[in-house]
Ligand binder design. Sequence first.
Ligand code: AMP
Ligand code: MN
Ligand code: MN
Length: 322
Amino acid sequence: MNIKEICKDAERIGIGGHIRPDGDCVGSCLGLSLYLKKLFPAKEVKVFLEKPSDIFSCIKGFRDIVILGKEVPKEAEFDVFFAVDCGKERLGSAERLFDKAKTTVNIDHHVSNADGTGMYNYIYPEASSASELVYELVEEDMLDADIAAALYTGIVHDTGVFRYSCTSPKTMQAAAKLISYGFDFSKLIEETFYEKTYVQNQVMGRALLESMLIMDGKCIVSYINRKTMEFYQVTGADLEGIVSQLKLTKGAECAVFMYEIRTMQYKVSLRSGEKVNVAKIAELFGGGGHVRAAGCTMNGTFYDVINNLSVHIEEQLEEAGA
Ligand code: AMP
Ligand code: MN
Ligand code: MN
């Protein structure tokens, strides 16, 4: 796929990522927009996202992001609209902008979006991140420290700092090239990935303290309800990282973390080791993601959700002979 060719006659270009944007979503969208702005200074390039965490404010272009609410933004038709790190149905209120655009492009690495939802699709589930895919599509002589820092952020976040199995030699080659542009990658990793506010750490502590081991310790589950979130004054973005921490528990093949988004409705995050395909489970409940990291939204109490999920986790563990 050739982005330059697709965009060459466009006057207005839009870019959107998934709801509850994570590091890869923000990094890939901003990296792509910085590239397009550099390639075509005369064109209008706009990024639409739900409000991302301020930890990403160090990425160039962060302040220019159009923050999505429930309403579709009042925007004239785009000539080209990109959905990055998701299919069009997870663009939130930007989905309408995608639908109305003359040309649509989908860049994604979610196995649950294997067919793509654009007129042009660049979908590789084996890629570590959407940022790695944007890196592949960017012309090398256009790269600079700002674009590199954006894409590096995305790769770092979706690979858990190059730890997860989605990390490939290609990922490391991309990262090696990116750091050669000279930005402070240690600071970037520290400040966007590891650093937590005091209250974020407290909530993580609560979730760990109240976690439960089920299936003979092969699965660990925990949750945070609305009352607790209100008490600590935290939002979903503050709970990022809890599920990965749970997954570090020795013996746990699978980790489930959920937080209440409204009464009796939970945003569920699933992580797994080698034996459970969590994308398959999340898809059963209308969500999706990757084999080792996936998510969905489910209704009921914490126990209802766990009961519904555990049947499928247990089934897969048994099949794998665990
Ligand atoms: P999370 O647990 O929200 O961090 O999500 C883990 C992975 O699954 C990320 O790559 C998400 O983009 C993806 N994911 C989460 N929820 C969904 C969903 N409802 N549909 C498709 N992919 C999802
Ligand atoms: Mn993402
Ligand atoms: Mn991603």
